[in-house]
Design a protein around this ligand. Structure first.
Ligand SMILES: *[C@@H]1O[C@H](CO)[C@@H](O)[C@H](O)[C@H]1NC(C)=O
Ligand SMILES: *[C@@H]1O[C@H](CO)[C@@H](O)[C@H](O)[C@H]1NC(C)=O
Ligand SMILES: *[C@@H]1O[C@H](CO)[C@@H](O)[C@H](O)[C@H]1NC(C)=O
Ligand SMILES: *[C@@H]1O[C@H](CO)[C@@H](O)[C@H](O)[C@H]1NC(C)=O
Ligand SMILES: *[C@@H]1O[C@H](CO)[C@@H](O)[C@H](O)[C@H]1NC(C)=O
Ligand SMILES: *[C@@H]1O[C@H](CO)[C@@H](O)[C@H](O)[C@H]1NC(C)=O
Ligand SMILES: [Zn+2]
Length: 346
């Protein structure tokens, strides 16, 4: 689901403008409302909270997005790195929100010596509404048309009804993206040319290293996943010298449990009915292996779905009800097609 973010790319082309932070004068739940964020106006050595006024929804209801900024030492705004954390762009994908909250709890104790800036929007699109308005505002009025971001991490989960392990999309063609992806130590690392208009790809197209992290189930907070991504964000902040390094040499990611692939292939069901999974997430599959049955209401098998290649089950439906054309499972593998060297979604 990418409708919101498709529009980001369009607004990135509008005229360049720079302003001071614009306080509207409103205060919401004790938090000042702004319509434009300029990091030079944010207090250094502190964590600041804002609501970004992004205009009005249908019916004139004002919409405000929470923004958190951990700004480090005064000069590190220029000399340190600026890391963007976003979650909740698809309203039902919630694990990343808790990652951002716990990272900011931690930064409370580190912000006075922080070497750089962390700028976060924990719930980019809570209502799933008004995509145009949100995209314009986030790109221009929080990220300053990318001038206020050096590295971006966009946290997602699969859509409701699907299950996967911890994985990421990473466009290895831009320097530092591979390093970011490996610092995640994901279960699956999907080398990928990106989804046009996604936050990640909009950043990457603008030469800002970014990855999309997919963390488990929609509508669930899973502590295991949250902790793994929390540790990852710490490794990134360490790698960017934002926090004091725990390592004497650059951290060597442990990729012993990471399945690195270029290709994901969907296996859709022809029929509507009930999908019975024969292979679970992260289990290996061989070409031609039966991976799912689709049954009708009487229990008859309408179709058996087979793996298109040797690889691994990567994402599959936990909701057994299935519509014609919907995914009965997605397999990841390395395609031998040279066109897939930088990543394919089949
Ligand atoms: C955004 O930045 C690009 C250059 O990186 C520039 O061409 C464009 O005009 C800017 N847009 C806005 C809205 O500032
Ligand atoms: C923030 O303000 C400074 C100083 O006024 C200016 O140089 C800079 O371009 C502004 N940045 C943005 C993103 O508007
Ligand atoms: C600041 O916000 C006010 C109202 O919220 C708006 O009228 C004004 O155009 C804004 N100024 C800038 C420079 O964005
Ligand atoms: C702060 O970050 C910058 C940019 O990564 C780096 O060059 C510099 O060495 C860092 N400073 C400290 C004290 O870590
Ligand atoms: C959380 O995810 C892990 C896999 O990372 C899984 O083993 C565990 O059962 C999940 N916990 C809950 C409460 O869903
Ligand atoms: C797939 O290819 C990549 C290099 O593009 C390699 O690092 C990885 O180990 C391969 N994965 C598998 C499962 O063979
Ligand atoms: Zn998503």
């Amino acid at each position: 689901m990418q409708t919101f973010s498709r529009i980001l790319a369009v607004f990135a082309l509008l005229a360049a403008r720079t302003f001071a932070t614009n306080f509207t004068g409103d205060v919401l739940n004790g938090v000042p409302v702004i319509s434009y964020l300029n990091l030079t106006d944010v207090p250094s050595q502190a964590i600041s909270r804002y609501y970004l006024r992004v205009g009005e929804l249908n019916g004139g209801i004002p919409l405000h997005l929470p923004v958190m900024v951990a700004r480090g030492t005064s000069k590190s705004l220029d000399t340190g790195k600026k890391l963007s954390l976003t979650a909740g762009i698809h309203g039902d994908e919630l694990n990343g929100i808790r990652v951002i909250q716990t990272i900011f709890d931690q930064l409370q104790t580190q912000v006075s010596t922080l070497n750089g800036t962390v700028i976060a929007i924990p719930t980019v699109n809570p209502g799933g509404n008004s995509a145009r308005l949100l995209a314009y505002n986030v790109w221009n009025n929080v990220w300053g048309n990318k001038s206020q971001v050096d590295v971006g991490l966009d946290l997602h989960t699969p859509s409701s009804g699907d299950e996967s392990s911890l994985w990421c999309y990473a466009d290895f063609r831009l320097p530092y993206v591979e390093r970011l992806a490996k610092l995640l130590q994901p279960d699956t690392l999907k080398i990928d040319v990106g989804e046009p208009g996604s936050i990640e790809t909009t950043f990457v197209d603008n030469k800002i290293p970014a990855i999309t992290v997919e963390m488990g189930l929609a509508k669930r907070w899973n502590t295991t996943r949250i902790n793994r991504v929390y540790d990852f964000v710490n490794r990134v902040m360490d790698d960017l010298y934002i926090i004091p390094s725990k390592y004497t040499t650059p951290y060597q990611p442990d990729l012993s449990q990471t399945y690195i692939v270029t290709t994901v292939e969907d296996t859709p069901s022809k029929y509507g009915g009930f999908v019975e999974r024969l292979v679970l997430v992260d289990q290996p599959v061989t070409k031609g292996q039966a991976i799912a049955n689709v049954r009708n209401a009487f229990g008859d098998i309408l179709e058996t779905i087979y793996s298109p290649d040797d690889g691994r089950m990567f994402q599959s439906p936990i909701d057994p009800t299935i519509e014609p054309g919907a995914s009965a499972g997605q397999i990841v593998y390395n395609s031998t097609d040279p066109e897939c060297a930088d990543g394919c979604v089949l």
